[in-house]
Design a binder for this molecule. Structure first.
Ligand code: ZN
Length: 87
């Protein structure tokens, strides 16, 4: 009988990634805001009046399916938006 040996199994990574801080302007004052990984918004260019107005936006994503005959058919065009001011 043989016993297989292998490298020890590392414990599951339970480390939370550090916050993704990006530069922003709020009412003309430079600061950093915590952005989700999918945010592609330029928070400096947006220059929101209040910190609560900072909105995180992703790039647009198309969901396309082929039609018979090979032409592409756009099923969905979407983008993620998150912000404390959204209701
Ligand atoms: Zn953001």
């Amino acid at each position: 009988m043989s016993v297989a040996t292998s490298a020890p199994i590392a414990p599951e990574a339970s480390v939370t990634p550090p916050p993704r801080l990006r530069p922003a302007l709020v009412n003309g004052s430079p600061c950093y805001v915590e952005c989700p990984p999918w945010c592609s918004e330029d928070h400096v260019a947006a220059n929101e009046r209040h910190l609560e107005d900072v909105c995180h936006t992703s790039g647009a994503v198309d969901l396309v399916a082929p039609r018979q005959g090979g032409a592409a058919h756009l099923l969905l065009l979407t983008r993620l938006i998150a912000g404390s001011g959204l209701r």
